[in-house]
Design a protein around this ligand. Structure first.
Ligand code: UDX
Length: 486
């Protein structure tokens, strides 16, 4: 059934290579995309760096899960860094550089020698690469004549801001001139003129040196997506239609197929498969579910700053006191590497134990999607990573946003000003403010936020149902992958 006859050539079935940037939020959402494509019968090769693959092997059932899909291959590539090199938010530029040189040549070699295929589908006929390293993957694809599509793990809103940064600079709206300049409106991002302030731009725009490497990378890689055949975004049209139409002026072919975790859940349910498993790099601590089971409905605020953000001990203490003083129950994810500099988190936590103990629960890593869907959870204090934002939207849980870096400053502005499903407390870390916003979200303005959040949740779920926008866009994507041939 896999062989197609075309003229005198025998064509093997198409094989798509999926290659994420080696970070939690990226691998998580691209694995979901991979499973969605595999569910529809495509042969998929998922390429991880060796470092990330080892972590997935430790904490997930990735091999068993994907063995069930015909033609699915899990492959690895070196990220070019020594094994003991730290891989954290501080060393992302090292990762960029080493992947751009070492992984690039390895990728080319692997593709050219059909190392990424199987007997029935030996050659990669389409690449879906993470647009965060759009340049080198597109260079390789072009050199080998393989069609490439870029996937971005960020929302349309921040993608459009990244893309527009050269215009902002050209218009003289950057650099930012000190603290008092932070609330100035930015006029050169089409569609955001009325609400995007300097402080809502990606944090790298705050540096007086606008040639800084982090900003340069984000902007350049985003512009390289213009060389790709198409762009896939983990978003849905009811959430971001106005921004998507601006993006379309520059990127004519876009597939908005999110929220991917909901999309996959929906598709798995239709084939009566068990629910999705974890894609976590860390050990998931499920003990918090039993604790949540014992809490009243919507009484708990879930607190998590994602996989990369780091804070200092003073910030930890401000959040702690603010949360405790708010009298709200809370479930807090404190990764072992969340707190920098002043010693280890366990030591700090030991000092926090007090008589309020029955009102809170701390874990090192939570089953987040399940936590957000739990009836006891009524709010989310988040760093506004895009996956977390989408997961909260689907669960209908209003947010308090405390963005850390990159796309998160933009996401949090959209949550509060555009979608009106939460409060943006960026740039503030003070126990009184924390107490106040927690109270606002969980008590004072609860109904107002809940109403809008529930509406958005409904639209998110509708988008992946048969006939919904993300559902149809995925069908289109799969059809185009089947037609794409090198
Ligand atoms: C950051 C960015 O902000 C994000 O937008 C970008 O695409 C990738 O880099 P990150 O800090 O990983 O991402 O945050 P987020 O995108 O929210 O992803 C975190 C993921 O980890 C989510 O899928 C979340 O469900 C999961 N998670 C988090 C857990 O499973 N358990 C936890 O305890 C915390």
């Amino acid at each position: 059934p896999y062989m197609e006859q075309q003229g005198s050539h025998t064509l093997h079935p198409p094989r798509v290579l999926i290659f994420p940037f080696p970070l939690q939020g990226h691998v998580n959402s691209m694995l979901k995309l991979a499973e969605l494509l595999a569910l529809q019968g495509l042969h998929v090769t998922f390429l991880n760096t060796q470092f990330i693959y080892n972590r997935l092997l430790l904490h997930t059932d990735i091999q068993a899960r994907f063995a069930a899909y015909p033609g699915f291959l899990l492959k690895t590539i070196s990220d070019g860094l020594p094994d003991d090199h730290p891989r954290s938010s501080d060393t992302l530029l090292d990762l960029f550089d080493s992947m751009n040189s070492i992984s690039k040549s390895l990728l080319k070699q692997m593709l050219a020698s059909d190392e990424l295929g199987s007997e029935s589908s030996p050659s990669v006929t389409c690449i879906i690469a993470d647009g965060l390293f759009g340049k080198f993957t597109t260079d390789v694809a072009d050199e080998l004549g393989i069609p490439i599509i870029h996937f971005r793990t960020i929302g349309a809103c921040s993608f459009w801001v990244y893309f527009s940064i050269p215009n902002i600079i050209e218009a003289g709206e950057l650099p930012i001139r000190g603290k008092e300049d932070m609330d100035r409106l930015i006029n050169s991002v089409p569609g955001m003129e009325s609400f995007l302030r300097c402080r809502d731009l990606p944090n790298f725009c705050r540096l007086s040196d606008l040639t800084n490497q982090s900003l340069h990378h984000l902007v350049q890689e985003t512009h390289h997506s213009k060389r790709a055949k198409a762009l896939i975004l983990n978003t849905f049209e009811d959430l971001e239609a106005p921004i998507l139409s601006h993006i379309q002026t520059q990127f004519p072919k876009i597939y908005s197929i999110g929220p991917l975790h909901t999309h996959l859940k929906h598709k798995l349910a239709t084939v009566a498969s068990s629910s999705q498993s974890s894609n976590s790099f860390l050990e998931v601590d499920r003990s918090c579910i039993a604790w949540l089971n014992a809490q009243p409905a919507k009484s708990v605020i879930y607190v998590s700053f994602g996989s990369l953000a780091v804070i200092v001990k003073d910030q930890l203490m401000e959040f702690w006191h603010g949360l405790v003083n708010s009298n709200t129950r809370f479930l807090w994810v404190i990764r072992t590497d969340l707190v920098t500099k002043e010693g280890d988190s366990a030591q700090i936590l030991a000092e926090l134990l007090d008589e309020t103990k029955e009102r809170w629960f701390i874990v090192g890593w939570a089953p987040q999607e399940e936590v957000l869907a739990h009836p006891a959870v009524g709010g989310f204090l988040t760093h506004s990573g895009w996956n977390s934002t989408l997961e909260s939207i689907v669960a209908g849980v209003p947010m308090i946003c405390w963005p850390y870096f990159a796309d998160q400053q933009v996401n949090s502005r959209f949550v509060s000003e555009v979608w009106k499903i939460g409060i943006d407390m960026k740039d503030v870390c003070d126990r009184q403010i924390v107490e106040k916003v927690v109270n606002d979200l969980m008590v004072e303005r609860r109904e107002e936020f809940e109403r809008v959040a529930e509406e958005m949740s409904m639209l998110a779920r509708k988008s992946v149902n048969e006939g919904g926008s993300s559902y149809c866009n995925l069908e289109r994507l799969i059809e185009d992958i089947r037609l794409a041939r090198s």
